[in-house]
Every structure is written in C-alpha cells, then in structure tokens.
Design a binder for this molecule. Structure first.
Ligand code: LLP
Length: 431
C-alpha cells in the first residue's frame, strides 16, 4: 500500500514526492523524517477552501501543532493562513519565534502553569481555552494583576463516544480534559466566567478524540455544543460567538484504514452546523476546527537503515533498524499499526514475514510485527509510512539516542528543517 505522494520508481526505489528515498537517506543519513511539504500545503488549502466557501469570514481552521511542532511548520501554517493550537509554553514559544501571529493562536491544556498563562497574556494569544474552574479563577487573577483582558474559550466534554483507542478518546465524562455538560459543570463555569472582571468568554470548544473515520460523532458533537450555546443564550442572555470542534479526522496507516477526504468530513459537519443553528434559532457562531493528523500524518515517511537481520528458526525473523521507539513510540504505546516497505527494492517479490525492531534496550521496542518485506538485507533502506503526526513530536532521547533530522521535500527538492541532534546537544543541559 502506498499513501498520497508516494510511488515506486523505475529503479525499484520508493519516491517521496519527486525525491528518491534512497538518495535522501544517503544525503542526510538515517533515521530521517521526510515530510512532503507539497501535501501539507495542499491539505491546508483544502481546509481553507472549504471554510471560505461554507463558513463565515470570521471562521478559520487551526493546525493542532502537537502533531508536529518545529519552526518551519509554523512558518508554513502562517503562509497558508491557518490558525494554530498550542498546548504548552514550548509550543507557544516555537510558534512565536517562527513569527506566527499571536492572535491566531489558541492555547489549550488541562494544567497550564501560571508561567504559561502569564506568557499567553504577555504575548496576546488569541484565545486561552480554559479547562477547569481553578484555571478560570487563576487566569482572572493573573489578568487583573497584568491589567489585561483575556479572550477565553471553554473546553467542554460533549459526552460523545468516538470509537477510537482509549488513550486518544476524550469526549466522555471520565476524561481529564474540560468541563462536563451532564452534571451542570459547564453551565456553572459560564456563570462564573461572566462574573470575571478580566475575562471575555468567546468560544466553546470540544475535541472528541483522534483517528476517527466516521462523521456521525462529529455531527452529534456539533448538535450538542450548539444546543449548549442556545441554552446559555436563553439562561444568561449571553451569546457565545465562536464554536470550535477540535480535531480528530483519521489518516491512512494501513490498507485497513479508510479515512475520509477533508471535504467528505467537513460537508456533513457543515450540514449539522447549519441545521442546528436553524433549529435552535441561534445566530451562527464562527466555526473553527483543529486538525493535526489529517494535515501532516500522511505527509511523513521515516527512513531507516536496516542493520542486523536475525532469523530465529521456527520463531520469527527480527529486522533491526537504526531507530525505533525513540523516534516512533506509537507501536509501543498504542500497538499502532503502520505500513513498512523496503525502499531500496520494492518490486513486490520475495516477500518475507518479519518483525521490525528498533535499537533500544527494550523488548517492546518494535515498529511492526508480521510485516511483509521484500528481501530485507543489511544496508537496505526501510520506510515506515504515515509518520508525519505524533512521531517527531513524541520522540525522546531514550538510551541517549539522537533525535533524527527532518527534511522537507517539495517540487523534487529537499531541505533540512530540523537538524539531526549531535552528541554535544545531549550534554547541553548536563552540569
Ligand atoms: N485539538 C485538541 C484539543 C486536541 O487535544 C487534539 C489532539 C487535536 C486538536 C488534534 O487532533 P488530530 O486532528 O491530530 O486527531 N498521540 C496520539 C494522539 C493524541 C491526540 C491528542 N489531541 C497518537 O499518536 O495517536
């Protein structure tokens, strides 16, 4: 299986956009994250186009930068006219350093520190998405002290069960994120927010989970959230002007995944949005979303060099590569499935069933079990597809392994956007 922007060249090598993966590996070394910039930009343009044709002028899509955060991605998002969602002072700092406009940043998180809240106010982020009552109180105090007014949103749990992995399901009441609707907590939060001298409640937000293939839970969430806006209007006479549906659209990792195209996902969402506004007789709020995976996921491919091939007779064959859970923790963490292929010779013959293992001192450090690989040999380049989201951003230095470089490819040309770490980098903070 090949995802968007990938093909096998006449020489049997994998091509990413118009670049030969084996040549990229030779030029930049491995492991290497290769990002197809053309595809990232195309995805943003598709989101933007749908928005400009279907939603009000004040509406815009944001990129959820937890999926992949580095200076260049914020520069691209700025260029594409997207907003961004950040979840830490570190992501905020990176976005600001890339010259990303603060007013188009939404700051999330269930436990922002006071230092992070101060930073958000100081730099004037567009919205602080408040998660809980304590944060509401603390933020108001800090805003008073800094003599500022802060535009806020509320993270709300809409009580929608999206069928995805337990760890990435967030819409239900038993979740650490946000205010619950069922027990009146969200209403109480509105009442209190309206009393806060230095906060203006602008937005309600929900995020029901990630890697979702079905449109129904999104449409249901839209209905629930707009009903909440209507209730707030009726009970408090207050109009909440913005609605944010979060992220969650799935990406294709294996043949078994059938993600919707961006427009196929947005069309029923827009329909649910306008129907609910009409039914509830509310003024249409501006509309926002925060896709991460569906923008960068399939745009990423990780290249490794195959090292030792260990055949354990009647048990299995381990093919070890020069990275692993340190650059892609998703199999170890979620048993996430990937497609792997031999980028050096993918003619589809002599397939071998193997387990692809990383180089960390950890038996669970695997990238894929039961992988069909074309004749894997030491020195071949192995590609793992759909690694653009939640790979680099979740990478670690476990075993003091160096984090790989990121190379962007566009129109057949490549450039480094994040350098490979060096041994000196490892000692940067050691005293
Ligand atoms: N907005 C909020 C508030 C979120 O919490 C998330 C993801 C997103 C947007 C973006 O969701 P996306 O469009 O990427 O599905 N590490 C996990 C994924 C965790 C997602 C956390 N929140 C993984 O590797 O699958």
């Amino acid at each position: 299986m090949l995802t968007k922007g990938l093909r096998i060249g006449d020489n049997g090598h994998l091509f990413i956009e118009d670049c030969d993966a084996v040549e990229l590996a030779k030029e930049y070394g491995t492991p290497l994250y290769v990002m197809n910039e053309t595809l990232i930009c195309e995805n943003c343009k598709r989101y933007k186009k749908f928005f400009s044709e279907n939603f009000s002028k004040a509406s815009f899509p944001c990129y959820a930068s937890k999926a992949l955060s580095c200076l260049e991605i914020y520069r691209i998002m700025k260029e594409e006219g997207m907003g961004v969602d950040v979840v830490s002072g570190g992501e905020l700092y990176t976005a600001l350093n890339a010259g990303f406009p603060a007013e188009k940043i939404f700051f999330h998180g269930n436990n922002k520190t006071e230092q992070e809240l101060r930073m958000a106010i100081k730099y004037g982020v567009g919205r602080v998405i408040v998660d809980n009552l304590t944060e509401l109180e603390v933020l108001n105090e800090i805003a008073q002290e800094m003599n500022s007014n802060v535009n806020i949103g509320f993270r709300i749990k809409p009580g929608i069960d999206a069928h995805t992995h337990d760890y990435i399901r967030t819409g239900q009441i038993d979740s650490k994120f946000g205010f619950a609707l069922e027990n009146g907590e969200a209403k109480e939060a509105v009442r209190l927010a309206l009393e806060c001298s230095n906060l203006t409640l602008c937005q309600v937000h929900c995020h029901i989970g990630s890697q979702i293939f079905d449109t129904q839970p999104f449409a249901d969430a839209v209905k629930v959230m707009l009903t909440f806006i209507a209730e707030v209007k009726n009970e408090f006479g207050y109009s909440i002007k913005e609605f944010n549906l979060g992220g969650g659209l799935g990406a294709k990792y294996t043949e078994a995944d059938a993600p919707l195209e961006i427009e196929e996902y947005l069309a029923p969402v827009a329909k649910a949005f306008y129907e609910a506004c009409q039914e509830l007789c509310i003024e249409e709020p501006s509309f926002h979303i925060e896709p991460g995976r569906s923008i960068v996921g399939e745009a990423g491919t990780t290249l490794y060099t195959i090292g030792n091939v260990k055949e354990i007779k009647d048990v299995r064959t381990y093919v070890s590569v020069d990275g692993g859970m340190c650059d892609n923790i998703r199999y170890a963490l979620y048993k996430a499935e990937y497609t792997v292929l031999n980028a050096s010779k993918n003619e589809g013959t002599v397939l071998k069933k193997v387990t692809v293992a990383g180089k960390c001192c950890e038996s669970g450090d695997l990238l894929k079990e039961n992988a069909d690989l074309t004749d894997p040999k030491r020195g071949d380049i192995l590609a793992v597809l759909t690694t653009g989201a939640y790979n680099y951003s979740m990478a670690s230095n476990y075993n003091r392994i160096l984090r790989p470089a990121i190379v962007m490819v566009k129109n057949g040309r490549s450039r480094v956007v994040v350098q490979r770490e060096s041994y000196t980098d490892l000692l940067n903070n050691d005293i």
